[in-house]
Design a protein around this ligand. Structure first.
Ligand SMILES: [Zn+2]
Length: 250
């Protein structure tokens, strides 16, 4: 790489700090649609529960209707048999018909019990449905508000991103094009960290102990020096600013 001044490296280091900030903003922006999807999924699940409950309600109502029809049939049978009793001549036939009537009366009684139970179920399900409908209404309002908030947040983050991108452009102005290109390629390959500080004689990226000559070259900053192990650009901050100690205190 061509000769370089200390100020290029200082600018590059500052640029990377700016890029990290932009990356964080981008991550937050990217996360928002996922968060909105999760809220919509919660709402969809709640709606499905209400739907299922309503289906159960309809089914119990249909069962009750069936029982009522069955009971009406049995009652009609009883009436019919009671009329027939008047025309019966033989004792056996009379007994048989009385037994038919008794059976039909038992069946009516069973139907009545069944209908009463189903009516209780209908009441309970109706109450439950009312409650779930109300909580769904609350949930819908809550989710709607959360989604609006997230959409607002996203707009704010996008504005920040645009503003910080402007700041970034300013920071790149002083850096030679080929140095910038080198930095950007390296940053892509090295998970966003292209330039690292030399710290206690080691590479701040991979931690490898650096040969003395490399450290001297880094301090001289006449050319871009890269770590032999991780290939990152090495940088030694002036002791009065941007040292690891002062960064920790920040
Ligand atoms: Zn390294």
């Amino acid at each position: 790489m061509a000769s370089n001044s200390k100020s290029d490296l200082t600018a590059l280091f500052a640029l990377q700090t700016q890029d990290k900030q932009l990356d964080q903003l981008q991550q937050k922006i990217d996360h928002i649609p996922t968060a909105i999807e999760a809220i919509r999924a919660t709402l969809a699940t709640a709606k499905l529960q209400l739907d299922e409950l309503h289906q159960r309600f309809l089914k119990v109502q249909a069962n009750k209707k069936e029982k009522e029809i069955e009971m009406a049939d049995k009652e009609a049978d009883i009436k019919k048999h009671e009329k027939e009793l008047n025309q019966i001549k033989s004792n056996n036939a009379y007994k048989a018909l009385m037994s038919e009537i008794a059976k039909a009366k038992d069946a009516v009684s069973v139907c009545e019990d069944g209908i009463l139970n189903l009516m209780e179920d209908i009441d309970a399900l109706g109450e439950e449905e009312k409650k779930i409908k109300q909580s769904l209404k609350d949930l819908e309002a809550d989710c709607g508000k959360k989604i609006l908030d997230l959409e607002e947040q996203k707009k704010g983050l996008e504005r920040d991103f645009a503003a910080q991108s402007e700041v970034r452009r300013g920071k790149t102005a002083e850096i030679p094009e080929e140095v910038l290109q080198h930095y950007e390629n390296l940053r892509k390959r090295k998970h966003g960290v292209a330039i690292v500080a030399v710290s206690g004689g080691s590479c701040g990226g991979c931690g490898m102990t650096l040969p003395q000559q490399i450290i001297i070259d880094v301090i001289r900053a006449e050319r871009i020096v890269q770590c032999e192990s991780c290939q990152r650009i090495l940088y030694k901050a002036d002791s009065h600013h941007a040292s690891p100690a002062s960064q920790n205190n920040a």
